[in-house]
Design a protein around this ligand. Structure first.
Ligand code: SF4
Length: 343
């Protein structure tokens, strides 16, 4: 009998399975706590379950884990990048960032990416496959096991390899468990899902009960320029309309990410158009100076150019932040560590 991957099961599915075994309902919550709060990798170690149940679980279910393949620590900041291997050898990138004791983990949703954005190395390597929900959750567990002190709160950003909204079922399944009080108990202020903007998926998630914050990569102020950077991008109007619906339905604001590339999307005209697109809308703007890698055609703008881009935005936008990218020396933009290993 093929064993079932228990970390691929939702809370409701695990509850059904526990009841089918003739066990009381609270056993499902106990198993969840062992898997996600204590990071237990062996049913025999779940010591508050009856021995017979532990044996039955071991016969029917399997507990997956990710193996560390490589890690690189930045010399210039506190970020650390990891390459994690799944059971079939697929390599998954995840990054730990530490800003003054506030830890954020950046995790992947796919192996590679099919979308081929010009500003990202993941697209260069093509698409291998979607990550299963257990592989998404195991990235969080990897960090909890050795890099985040017990009981310390941390943030999760889905900004690693892949477009999360093209792996919607596994993303939703993982988010439900990340939200669960019996698992990681993290809510919308602690989780950010970053997407190039797929309107129908944004609407679907907006109508769900899943708790997370949404970030949309805008990166340009005209559809033509956006398509040049992100060939799969939908129109700015459709994307922002879905983002506004999401924000209104959840009484929150959506972050618009804008990677600033020297001479490409950082002109004064761009700044004025961006101000027009965002004025009086439920958006926050996050400007990210481009993170260069060897062989890429794009350059990071100078600090003076970044400052003059920001100036026209300030009177109009609700909130503007400039993110200083962490980990430039460790290939920390998505896909860069995996690509370096394969090249
Ligand atoms: S930026 Fe995101 S969506 Fe675009 S190629 Fe990279 S991983 Fe894929």
């Amino acid at each position: 009998m093929q064993k079932i991957n228990i970390k691929n099961m939702s809370a409701a599915e695990l509850l059904t399975a526990v009841e089918e075994l003739g066990e009381k309902r609270h056993r499902a919550a106990q198993i969840f706590k062992w898997l996600y709060q204590k990071g237990c990798g062996d049913f025999s170690g779940m010591t508050n379950l009856p021995t017979s149940l532990r044996r039955t679980l071991g016969d029917r279910f399997t507990i997956t884990w990710l193996r560390l393949a490589e890690s690189v620590r930045s010399h210039v900041d506190a970020s650390q990048k990891f390459l994690l291997a799944s059971d079939d050898g697929a390599l998954i990138e995840a990054v730990l960032m530490d800003a003054h004791g506030h830890r954020t983990i950046c995790i992947s949703s796919q192996v590679g990416c099919a979308l081929g954005c010009a500003l990202c190395r993941t697209g260069d390597g093509g698409f291998e496959r979607n990550l299963r929900s257990d592989e998404i959750l195991n990235q969080v567990l990897f960090f909890k096991a050795g890099h985040i002190p017990p009981r310390e709160r941390f943030n999760i950003v889905f900004m690693g390899m892949g477009e999360p909204l093209l792996n919607l079922d596994n993303l939703a399944r993982a988010l439900e468990i990340i939200n669960s009080p019996d698992a990681f108990a993290l809510g919308e202020k602690r989780i950010t899902v970053s997407t190039i903007g797929i309107p129908e998926a944004i609407r679907e998630l907006g109508a769900s009960r899943l708790k997370f914050s949404l970030a949309v990569s805008l990166n340009a102020t005209t559809d033509e320029a956006r398509k040049r950077l992100m060939p799969a991008a939908r129109s700015i109007d459709d994307t922002l309309a879905a983002a506004i619906e999401f924000a209104r339905a959840r009484k929150t604001r959506v972050t618009l990410e804008y990677v600033l590339i020297d001479g490409v999307n950082d002109t004064q005209e761009d700044a004025r158009r961006l101000a027009g697109l965002t004025a009086a809308k439920p958006f926050k703007l996050n400007l990210i100076p481009f993170n260069e890698w060897n062989g890429c055609a794009f350059r990071r703008p100078s600090d003076e150019r970044i400052d003059s881009f920001i100036a026209p935005l300030l009177p109009q936008a609700n909130a503007v932040t400039v993110r200083r990218s962490q980990g430039g020396d460790i290939h920390a933009a998505c896909g860069q560590l995996r690509m370096r290993r394969e090249s």
